[in-house]
Ligand binder design. Sequence first.
Ligand SMILES: [Zn+2]
Length: 145
Amino acid sequence: MYPEYEVRRILNRHGYDVFYVRRDNRIKCVCNKFEPDPSCRLCLGTGFKIHLEKYRACRFSASIPESLVGVLKQEAPALVHPDAWVYYFEAAVKPKIRDLILETNSATLDASSTSVFIITAVEPMFFESGTPSFYRVIARSRYSN
Ligand SMILES: [Zn+2]
């Protein structure tokens, strides 16, 4: 396990920028009467007010059990999810289940070049006891336009 400064160094050298979509659970989106509108551009289908944050991340393809990927139980069971990823984020990110990660190669986040991933598992990683020094996050594709 690595201390926090070491993780930040690795992410700066080997990582790349992703947009982290943080949901504010206290404020519902206007589209969210009974269920959120998956195509809503205000909340990106989360149903809540969102904040976009930019972080360095590393990601790896994940061949992991569906039991871990599918914690949201929104899809048919399968042994391994075809588009699941393991992300590493620095401690400051404090990722949460159901927040989104946007992968894009456009500065404007237009839908044609942006892929949306939903976080299904968050694992704080500790170097010493106390606060996490980084996070390991599992996310799967939600949709790609
Ligand atoms: Zn909305």
